[in-house]
Design a protein around this ligand. Structure first.
Ligand SMILES: O=C(O)c1cc(=O)[nH]c(=O)n1[C@@H]1O[C@H](COP(=O)(O)O)[C@@H](O)[C@H]1O
Length: 286
């Protein structure tokens, strides 16, 4: 019996993602059409190249990944033509029954946040995704419009907690045992109490590259009861073994995400599939 979202009687994002991870394993494939990747695939750095690249990735991995994560900036840099491609990518992911995470890293004062929430999390929006990444550095509570709309529409959010880049620590570690990151993880845990059951719809982003930070800061990610999106595999240097060592008891909540490492195996769908399956094997410890 699927768990229901808090307010609309729909199956929640956490429940849908938990089922996808159980069926397919803990891999999210990032769709990051960088100019250098387009070039190496023999594509032009324009909207047509972007479209071909993105739809090829979907064709290759939609049946084996638990989720795909298009990186919004790489569509935005092509203006309205790029955003039209992103709309098509999100709709195709829906048609292919793979969950989508729009990597938009949005965060703003409440009234503006409501508009961002409408863009990414409302049913009728052309950019509606299953979930969106959010930046909480205007205060976790500023994300309220997105948290509430996600609950209403059976969608989810991933809130940045400990990012994979080295500069993140200069903000996120501040406060030591009462760190900024700890405030974020505790707020996410409180928010997930509206999703009784195994996996909440308020996820966190914690880099696969953060090393001993969880221990150093005394963070208990298992208590958050939400999915943990972990970027940093491959191109940023982390391995599946690093993920297991870093997350420990919280590893079953981890959805590892990899972009360039898998995408550089294109443009043939076969190469992309093999790269994704290799990554999945590593994540499963095989
Ligand atoms: O939210 C993210 O996905 C994210 C957070 C973070 O802390 N670090 C991080 O790398 N990301 C994203 O994850 C992707 C990583 O790409 P690769 O390094 O190519 O695997 C990029 O789209 C980043 O924007």
């Amino acid at each position: 019996m699927p768990e229901q979202a808090a307010t609309a009687g729909r199956e929640s994002f956490g429940s849908r993602l938990g089922a996808a991870m159980a069926a397919r394993g803990p891999l999210c494939v990032g769709i990051d059409p960088h100019p250098a990747l387009l070039k190496s695939w023999g594509l032009d750095d324009d909207a047509a190249g972007l479209r071909r690249f993105s739809l090829t990735v979907l064709e290759a991995v939609a049946s084996l990944a638990a989720a795909v994560k298009p990186q919004v900036a790489l569509y935005e840099r092509h203006g309205s033509a790029g955003m039209a491609v992103l709309e098509e990518v999100l709709a195709t992911a829906r048609d292919e029954s793979v969950l989508s995470i729009a990597d938009a890293k949005r965060g703003d004062i409440g009234s503006t946040m409501a508009a961002y929430a409408d863009a990414w999390l409302r049913d009728e929006s052309p950019l509606a995704a299953d979930s969106v990444t959010l930046s909480p550095y205007l205060g976790f509570e500023s994300l309220r419009p997105a948290l509430d709309l996600a609950a209403e529409t059976g969608r989810g959010v991933f809130v940045l907690a400990l990012t994979s880049n080295p500069e993140g620590a200069s903000v996120q570690h501040v406060g030591g045992k009462d760190s900024v990151a700890r405030r974020i993880t505790e707020s996410a845990a409180a928010e997930n109490s509206r999703y009784p059951g195994s996996l909440g719809s308020v996820g966190l982003v914690v880099g696969a590259t953060v090393g001993s930070a969880l221990e150093d800061l005394g963070l208990d990610l298992a208590a958050v009861r939400g999915p943990i999106l972990a970027p940093g595999l491959g191109a940023q240097g982390a391995t599946p073994a690093d993920l297991r060592a870093t997350f420990g008891a919280a590893y079953p909540l981890v959805l590892a995400t990899s972009s360039r490492d898998i995408l550089s195996a294109g443009p043939e769908t076969r190469g992309l599939r093999e790269a994704a399956l290799r990554t999945l094997d590593g994540l499963r410890g095989e």
